[in-house]
Design a protein around this ligand. Structure first.
Ligand code: PMP
Length: 461
């Protein structure tokens, strides 16, 4: 049976899906009862499902389709590369043209002396690479005990054993015996939820200084690296106070620990510069890349490594690699994606136009009675749902119940917006037009109205 193009009716697809398909981050029994939404096509910022309904995708898939859906140039490059060399590896002293070209291009785009690239198939794999890179780096320098990596609670760095350990998601750690040893988590710079009476900037400093305290307690001779997303994405688009990253940078410099910026979401224009590290003025030793590197058209991840770390690693055999490290088709796809981002000035357009426009429209949502704060950075946005904005109050009941209602109301109104707890977040394709931003915000407002009405009817507000 072929399921592509002329697909069977939705009910049949849903039944097959329920019978055989285990979905990520999903209670599959619950989904089976309801039936999955089957997406069949996408163009620009618009998704179409198997019943012909259209949705404005304010999440760019999973934060990845930076150039928008349906770019034929990418399909053509992929087809050409598949005909020329569909696969070869980069082990055993071999290389290939797309892998070489992409590594060189990333070295050109990445800031500072981040000039060396280790490819992976995903962000998770790249972060696993990073764990082994930083521990091997210190071991090669004669300090094998310097192997602790400090991360943050509510961080997301992937789903493999290593990357989920770096992450700070408690529900993930509860399954499968995580975290692995020698990963330490400090608190996150989430002012709205955890800032109490402090100003944003005081709170940012306090949270950054937890890194210094942790280094002192664990011992500077034990701490290998700190990892952080410039803006925590899956944690709820947690935009840190301006005081946070400069203080983290100071501490990393002072104690000589490696800084890993997980740019899987923030990279490739999302924050209005090529990399979130540039937006926040930090100088990582390693950057994790994925998602926007290929705009999601093909799976790829990468660790971009500075001269100093690469020199130490290159002086030994690094016993690490994936079958699809630098896959020629995904590398060709990523190169074409980078060409589009560059030649169409998409990152500059974000900085100069799209991000300010989105920021202004999004800020208007703060006037809604259900909304506590509405913030954006670049093309990422977040709103906190609250019964009382001035008290930054939480809803009675389970965190996330209200967010889930709101998300369903978004779907009903042709908008894909994600919820993280009782926070709604967006990360649309960078190429979204002003008219589409207007539609996005209008639909979000309607979904908030419907959510508000339901909470009132249920006596919850
Ligand atoms: N790091 C960050 C910051 C992410 O947001 C993600 C994915 N959401 C990952 C790593 C993991 O990437 P992947 O799903 O490609 O393994």
């Amino acid at each position: 049976m072929t399921l592509i193009a002329n697909h069977p009716p939705t009910a049949e697809l849903q039944a097959l899906d329920a019978a055989h398909h285990m979905h990520p981050f999903t209670h599959n029994d619950e989904l089976a009862e309801k039936g999955a939404r089957v997406i069949t096509r996408a163009r620009g910022v618009t998704l179409t499902d198997s019943d012909g309904n259209e949705y404005l995708d304010a999440m760019a898939g999973l934060w990845c389709v930076n150039i928008g859906y349906g770019r034929d140039e990418i399909a053509e490059v992929a087809a050409r590369q598949m005909r020329e060399l569909p696969y070869y590896n980069t082990f055993f002293q071999t290389s290939h043209v797309p892998g070489i070209a992409l590594a060189a291009k990333l070295a050109e785009l990445a800031p500072g002396d981040l000039n060396h690239v280790f490819f992976a198939g995903s962000g998770s794999e790249a972060n696993d690479t990073n764990i082994r890179l930083v521990r091997t780096y210190w071991a090669q320098k004669g300090q094998p005990e310097k192997n602790i990596i400090i991360s943050r609670k509510n961080a997301y760095h992937g789903s493999s054993m290593g990357s989920a350990s770096l992450g700070g998601m408690t529900p993930m750690h509860e399954q499968g015996g995580l975290p692995i040893p020698d990963v330490h988590h400090i608190d996150q710079p989430h002012w709205w939820d955890e800032g109490g009476e402090m100003s944003r900037e005081e709170f940012g400093l306090e949270r950054a200084r937890q890194l210094e305290k942790a280094i002192q307690e664990l011992g500077p001779d034990r701490v290998a690296a700190f990892i952080g997303e410039p803006v925590q994405g899956a944690g709820g688009v947690v935009i840190p106070p301006d005081s946070y990253w400069p203080e983290i940078q100071r501490i990393c410099d002072e104690y000589g620990i490696l800084l890993i910026a997980d740019e899987v979401i923030c990279g490739f224009g999302r924050t209005g510069k090529w990399f979130g590290s540039q937006t926040y003025g930090i100088r990582p030793h390693i950057m994790t890349l994925a998602k926007g590197l290929s705009s999601g058209y093909a799976p790829i991840g990468a660790s971009v490594v500075c001269e100093e770390v690469a020199a130490v690693i290159d002086a030994c055999e690094f016993n690490h690699g994936y079958t699809y490290s630098g896959h020629p088709v995904t590398a060709a796809v990523a190169l074409e994606n980078l060409r589009i981002l560059e030649e169409e000035n998409i990152v500059d357009r974000v900085a100069e136009h799209a991000a300010p426009y989105l920021g202004e429209k999004w800020a208007g949502l703060a006037d809604h009675p259900l909304v506590g704060e509405a913030r954006t950075i670049g093309m990422m946005g977040t709103i906190a749902l609250t019964p009382d904005a001035s008290a930054r109050a939480k809803f009675a009941g389970n965190a996330g119940d209200v967010g889930l209602i709101c998300r369903e109301n978004c779907f009903q109104n042709g908008l894909v917006m994600r919820h993280v707890g009782d926070r709604m977040i967006i990360s649309p394709p960078l190429v979204i037009t002003d008219a589409e931003i207007d539609t996005l915000v209008e639909r979000a407002w309607t979904a908030l109205d419907l959510t508000h009405a339901k909470l009132k009817a249920d006596g919850l507000m």
